[in-house]
Design a protein around this ligand. Structure first.
Ligand SMILES: C[S@@+](CC[C@H](N)C(=O)[O-])C[C@H]1O[C@@H](n2cnc3c(N)ncnc32)[C@H](O)[C@@H]1O
Length: 254
């Protein structure tokens, strides 16, 4: 038979449990509020919140992001390789891509062209070799005369400047919306943007985002039409996307 003592013991136990609960919960709240990287992820996440585009939660600040990008781009040994034994090998691959785009009438000798994140400028050199002489690149580190200094989150060009923009560094964008907005701002109406991206392979440790489908790009290129996508094999990047800026696209200032 149950005694009064045993009947009373249960509510008492629950009361003590309730009193000690905050001791377990408060550390969790503090950890998830301040210590957990999702704090940074959410801050950098594109407004769409599309799960197919994820910002890597590894950069505590913009300065830390830039520092990491420069670590590789300024490496003297790598720069030596890129500008010597790597030079022609890469130009040949870019030349094949640009020749194909010329056949498709998406690029012509009279195009004013920009390469975004062009490092030492092999893609710019390739454009010049296929006859697109008015070509230039931008990168955090300049490599004159092929590459000017410029951050792709804030391109150093006027609105409606280029007929053609190429980039294989979308994965390096910490703010993908800004990366795309800047392309749409500096392209002329009717201008063409060609991106090489990795959908099925994970880019390297210098990447700032991971893309899992073309959906997020189609959403961000809201002022352009998607011309086509196709598989490619371009230095670890597997998909080519081509966008054309709409003729009536209204440009917002920088
Ligand atoms: C993987 S490399 C690609 C280089 C070149 N497109 C090629 O294929 O040879 C990425 C480049 O993006 C540049 N980069 C990274 N963040 C950038 C930014 N915010 N603005 C401009 N360039 C950036 C880096 O400096 C680096 O040269």
């Amino acid at each position: 038979m149950k005694t009064i003592r045993s009947v009373m013991a249960k509510p008492l136990k629950h009361k003590y449990l309730l009193l000690t609960l905050p001791l377990f919960i408060i550390p969790f709240i503090l950890f998830f509020s301040f210590g957990y990287p999702h704090h940074q992820t959410n801050r950098n996440q594109p407004p769409s919140g599309d799960p197919d585009l994820r910002i890597r939660p590894v950069y505590p600040s913009y300065e830390a992001y830039i520092k990491q990008q420069l670590k590789k781009t300024l490496n003297p040994k790598l720069r030596q390789v890129w500008t010597t034994k790597d030079w022609d090998r890469k130009i040949q691959v870019f030349t094949a891509f640009f020749t194909d785009l010329k056949h498709k009438r998406l690029l012509s000798n009279s195009s004013k062209a920009l390469c975004i994140g062009a490092r030492v400028g092999q893609e710019v050199e390739a454009l010049k070799r296929v006859g697109v002489t008015d070509s230039v690149g931008i990168d955090l580190v300049p490599y004159p005369p092929l590459v000017l200094q410029g951050d792709f989150h804030c391109q150093p060009f006027e609105n409606n400047t280029f007929d053609f923009e190429f980039s294989n560094v979308f994965d390096h964008a910490l703010y993908p919306n800004k990366f795309v907005d800047e392309i749409q701002r500096t392209l002329k109406p009717g201008g063409v943007c060609v991106l090489h991206v990795a959908l099925y392979q994970r880019p390297d440790k210098y990447s700032a985002n991971d893309l899992y489908s073309v959906g997020p790009l189609v959403t961000m290129f809201h002022g352009s039409e998607l011309v086509y996508t196709r598989p490619v094999d371009g230095f670890g990047l597997d998909t080519e996307l081509v966008f054309r800026k709409r003729e009536n696209k209204v440009i917002r200032g920088p």
